[in-house]
Design a protein around this ligand. Sequence first.
Ligand SMILES: [Ca+2]
Length: 285
Amino acid sequence: MKKILLPAAAAGLTLVLAAPSASGAPRPARPGPPVVLSASPAALTATELPCLPAKFDVTMTNTGTTPVFADAFLEADRPLTLSDSVFSTYLPAADPDQPVSRPVKVRVPRGTTPGDYDIELTTGRQRVVVPVTVEALPEPAPGDNLAYGQQATASSTHGSHAVCSAVDGDSTYANWPGTGWSDGTRGTFPDWFTVTWPEQVELGRIETVTYGAPGSPATRGIKDFDVQVKSGADWRTVGSYRGNTVDRVVTTFDPVTTDAVRVLVHSSNSGDYSRLLELEAYAPQ
Ligand SMILES: [Ca+2]
């Protein structure tokens, strides 16, 4: 049977209808098959750390016998924002049911009042509410990595080697790729990677972890680089390395008050990309 697609705006769905009969008279529209909307997890906690957004999956499942295109609309209480406001997908009429999911990130702007917020998901007449508890950031304890989850930026990014994965608290070599940043300008230097705080912090140590097995030469790690702290409008170098072949480099310095640190990479041992598994920053001890 030939099928045509018609939007059914009121229902939020696009129904797959039978084509007009040979006589030209359209057949009556049948009600759309049931699309089940869900979210996982069903409730979230979030903080305003920009590199650690809360995440959930929105899922639609066609439990009927006719394939459909469906739209789910996503809206968060302000000031929270979502990575997607619409999730549109084809939903096959499969047996067993074939759920289709989309990951969604929840961002909490700086200064958001801790408390309870809602994310509303709708498709057709269905409505799912995902409660979000925004928690205040705890005061850092002595020895905490102050760069954890803070705003990361870089001169460029290579594919899925996202900047935030170098401040995610995971510096495990075996977890590369997936937990580290790589620049995206092959063979071209310098590259830079920066972590920024919303207010001044006092630092005395910065640790950079590049790609390389602990105890072995980091043959694909950064080789020539400077570790810098922001000082007014300028960058002040607190550690300068040439010919480095180790994975973790610890830079200690007299206490400084700053709101940003940077790794400026002049070359890598492999000559192609700058790779950082993690950048960590600590208060003076
Ligand atoms: Ca990491």
